[in-house]
Write a protein that binds this ligand. Structure first.
Ligand code: SF4
Ligand code: SF4
Length: 423
């Protein structure tokens, strides 16, 4: 897709339109891959407006439904963004699937992402192909000696890096990400969280380095001292300090001065936020099991009809299960399309399963995930017994307990104050 650097409708990148165009944040990314010493995503106080906070989490299909409802009620929304509550690329499947669904349905909406930059580099081609035009990367230091005071740890795959090593890795990845985004003509904003006595004297240096990488705008944000974090006792920087910092940084990069430090589920115009008003709609969408009407069945990839134990790609046929008053029954089998045939194979599968609300598989790749999701069929990657999983699907309960557990890593859930090494 040809990315348009259309600044005219993005209220964060163009202050002149903040009264005319709005944004909606789709909270689909709960996990994070680093730990910033000022971050706490645990609390949802409806009176609290700060990044990392959301009243509900959405699946990609739920996000697409929510988007529809939001646009019915607020026609000035020009931007759909993913800003957490964790990091979009600690949740890459959900992030990319959501972006694809929104892009498919709303070709004119600007797509936007906000990330710490650690893991976006592996997805840049896809990000550009979907047509994400605006990306924000939070860069708090360009000197790892300072960075190490801000990050408790940085996780790359299964390895946790702390101290200098963690800060060096993060900075290297952020630089590579910015270069990769700029080479794909994406508009890049850098957020720098100003932490008094930690990086407040360093922001000018950040601005100079970011200008050298071709960054378009810098947003110096005062740190919000969140309780139960290592920085909870550091005072929020005053307006005067921020203005001085912006004046110095402004020698290198244009400054964003109208940031409202939005929640991960913010919606509306920047100065006319409608998150409160749309909270009911958000939680309703979060409880919605998409595609129920006309979809009585669930498809299952299984070898013997007891366990979900086949990857979609290896299943030559899928069992079709139904719920009756007496319990769950396998009503038959359907042949999966032959291997080969590229994306058509998965479109064909979606057609074969068009009366199914979900497909349970032990493993699934990105292409079938997208093809099925676009057809309104929820792909669910789990392992274990079929019937308890079906009970969860039909009742709309969480399937987390069935999810394949990865050893040695807890994926840093929203409330995890831990070491990142797993529980
Ligand atoms: Fe940092 Fe992750 Fe929290 Fe964002 S969600 S502030 S990257 S710890
Ligand atoms: Fe825009 Fe700032 Fe809100 Fe992000 S936090 S959406 S940059 S106003």
């Amino acid at each position: 897709m040809n990315i348009s650097c259309d600044l005219s409708r993005h209220p964060c990148f163009n202050a002149a339109v903040k009264g005319s165009y709005g944004r909606v944040h789709l909270p689909v990314a709960p996990h994070c891959n680093i730990r910033c010493n000022y971050c706490n995503r645990k609390y949802d106080c409806v009176n609290e407006s700060r990044p990392g906070v959301t009243s509900a989490l959405l699946s990609p299909l739920q996000a697409s439904l929510y988007m529809e409802k939001v646009l019915e009620r607020e026609t000035r929304i020009a931007v759909a963004g993913i800003a957490g509550p964790g990091d979009p690329f600690a949740n890459p499947e959900k992030t990319l699937q959501t972006l694809r669904l929104v892009r498919e349905k709303y070709p004119d909406i600007l797509l936007c992402l906000s990330t710490n930059g650690l893991q976006i580099a592996g997805y840049l081609d896809e990000v550009a192909e979907i047509g994400v035009s605006h990306v924000t990367i939070t860069v708090n230091a360009v000197d790892p000696q300072i960075g190490q005071k801000i990050y408790s740890w940085v996780r790359d795959g299964k390895v946790i890096y702390r101290g200098l090593q963690g800060a060096e890795l993060l900075l290297d990845r952020q630089i590579a990400a910015i270069k990769g985004l700029k080479s794909r003509s994406v508009t890049v904003k850098v957020n720098t969280i100003v932490v008094p006595s930690v990086n407040d004297r360093h922001v000018e240096e950040v601005a100079r380095a970011m200008a050298g990488l071709g960054v378009d705008v810098l947003n110096c944000m005062p740190m919000h001292p969140n309780r139960d974090t290592p920085f909870e006792d550091i005072e929020e920087p005053c307006g005067e300090m921020i203005e001085e910092i912006r004046a110095r940084a402004g020698r290198y990069l244009p400054q964003m001065r109208h940031c409202t430090r939005c929640r991960a589920d913010a919606v509306g115009l920047l100065g006319e936020d409608r998150s409160d008003e749309l909270r009911g709609c958000l939680t309703q969408c979060a409880g919605h099991t998409p595609g129920l009407s006309g979809r009585p069945y669930v498809a299952v990839a299984t070898m013997e009809g007891i366990l979900v134990n086949q990857h979609l790609g290896e299943a030559y046929r899928l069992q079709i299960w139904s719920k009756t008053e007496k319990g769950f029954h396998c009503i038959g089998e359907r042949m999966a399309p032959e291997p080969g045939g590229g994306p058509l194979r998965w479109k064909e599968l979606a057609e074969t399963l068009k009366d199914c609300r979900a497909v349970l598989v032990a493993g699934i790749g990105e292409n079938p995930v997208n093809a099925l999701a676009q057809a309104g069929i929820e792909p669910i990657e789990i392992s274990g017994f079929i019937e308890p999983a079906l009970a969860a699907v039909y009742s709309g309960r969480s399937l987390n307990v069935f999810k394949v557990r990865r050893r040695g890593c807890c994926s840093n859930g929203p409330g995890c104050p831990g070491s990142g090494e797993g529980c």
